[in-house]
Design a protein around this ligand. Structure first.
Ligand SMILES: *Cc1c(COP(=O)(O)O)cnc(C)c1O
Length: 406
């Protein structure tokens, strides 16, 4: 990520975290615009020869200002709810760059999407197709849809974020997919424009993507449908620790180029984590330090309600001091949150930098599935979000007033 030390002081881009924390109550999320822009252009560059439509996955970070910044860079949006669709529109993403995913879209949500003429509604069941047809007929509209396939591919990622296996609730298995394609032809207010897949998240190997492309190619030939768009979803993994693997997008882009040439279609991607994951940190203050037997607990003012990935997925995010001490202290420490849950713990270290109560720390790589997964659990207000852009800080979400949740 873009956090670096200048001397002992932690900086994000050219801004000292310590000075930002003087004017902002902790915990707060802080993002680097530069990193987001760079990630978006790195991703676009890998695929520039196929000129895909890149629809940022709004659920990975649903801050309206960030969506708007990405929109200005050329991104569309992949949304999964009425709220996300309204945010994307507010961020001035054009409807013809918005795709709507999800297995349980309600009548109200579909109505909004149909009225707004978005690029695609990616459907996942026959019931959904019938409902969209009915609403479209009433509104005298012809609605463009994609059909989400469950390719039966194991993404080899955390099981809780794997979505393309045969037993997953997402998409339609191959046989049902073909049946639905035939049945949809009877629904006069629908047009099948796309086939879509999304096999999971934090995928670090190209192999499952390769398998998916093979399944897609065979099925498209079998279906005899000329899909205008092929929506290949997101899921591109990032390294959370220095030595961790990241996905080899160069290899993947070669495969997608061949695939696209054979089928002559427009490719859509829906990256989330890859664009924002390493662009954000959660800044937190140490409330208390307590010695309990073999472990020293470092109790932070950020908890699992502010950042739930460690509790939800059992993953580790590195925590680093905002002012790095010159010495390290011997022994085991564990960073924990203040919430009344045993899962409200972040990470353990041995022989860490010396820390004191009231010191600030940064939880790293929290730009994706951080703020967007936060909650009011324990009746705690949602925290502020700050964007660093061109050497300035901008509050892109105010800390929620406690009165709003009383
Ligand atoms: C969550 C999701 C994405 C984004 O996944 P990342 O791992 O963040 O890239 C894309 N498409 C769909 C349908 C999703 O549900």
């Amino acid at each position: 990520m873009t956090l670096i030390y200048k001397g002992q002081n932690l900086f994000l881009d050219s801004m000292s975290i310590n000075s930002i924390a003087k004017n902002n109550q902790t915990p707060f999320y802080i993002y680097s615009y530069k990193k987001i822009r760079d990630n978006f252009s790195i991703f676009s560059n890998y695929f520039k020869r196929i000129n895909p439509l890149i629809c940022f996955s709004v659920k990975s970070n649903s801050n309206t200002s960030l969506i708007s910044e990405l929109g200005k860079l050329g991104s569309g949006a992949d949304v999964v709810s009425e709220g996300e669709l309204l945010k994307a529109l507010k961020a001035k993403i054009r409807p013809n760059k918005i795709v709507f995913s999800g297995i349980g879209k309600t009548k109200n949500e579909l109505q909004l999407a149909i009225k707004k003429n978005i690029l695609l509604i990616n459907i996942e069941s026959e019931s959904e197709a019938k409902l969209i047809n009915k609403i479209s007929k009433k509104l005298k509209k012809i609605t463009s849809i994609g059909i989400r396939l469950n390719p039966g591919v194991d993404a080899n990622t955390l099981s809780k974020i794997s979505t393309g296996k045969t037993d997953s609730k997402f998409g339609l298995p191959k046989s049902n997919f073909l049946k639905l394609c035939r049945n949809i032809e009877k629904l006069k207010n629908l047009r099948i424009k796309a086939i879509s897949v999304h096999i999971g998240s934090q995928i670090t190997s190209v192999a499952p993507y390769r398998k998916t492309l093979n399944v897609l190619y065979k099925l498209i030939k079998l279906s005899k449908i000329n899909f205008k768009y092929i929506d290949l979803g997101g899921g591109f993994g990032i390294p959370y620790k220095k030595k961790e693997k990241k996905i080899n997008l160069k290899n993947y882009s070669t495969l997608v180029e061949k695939f696209q040439k054979k089928l002559n279609c427009k490719v859509i991607f829906e990256p989330g984590r890859f664009i924002v994951g390493n662009a954000g940190a959660l800044i937190s203050k140490i409330i208390f330090i307590k010695n309990s037997g073999k472990t020293k607990f470092i109790i932070l003012d950020a908890g699992m309600n502010d950042f739930v990935r460690p509790a939800l997925y059992d993953v580790k995010h590195d925590i680093i001091p905002v002012l790095k001490s010159k010495r390290k202290a011997k022994g085991n420490i564990e960073f924990v949150g203040p919430i009344c849950e045993s899962t409200d713990t972040f990470v353990k270290y041995k022989n860490f930098f010396t820390l004191n109560e009231n010191d600030l720390v940064a939880i790293t790589n929290v730009g994706a599935y951080g703020s967007s997964l936060s909650s009011n659990y324990n009746s705690r207000p949602l925290v502020a979000e700050i964007l660093i852009k061109s050497g300035k800080t901008k509050i892109i979400r105010k800390r929620q007033k406690i009165s709003a949740i009383i």
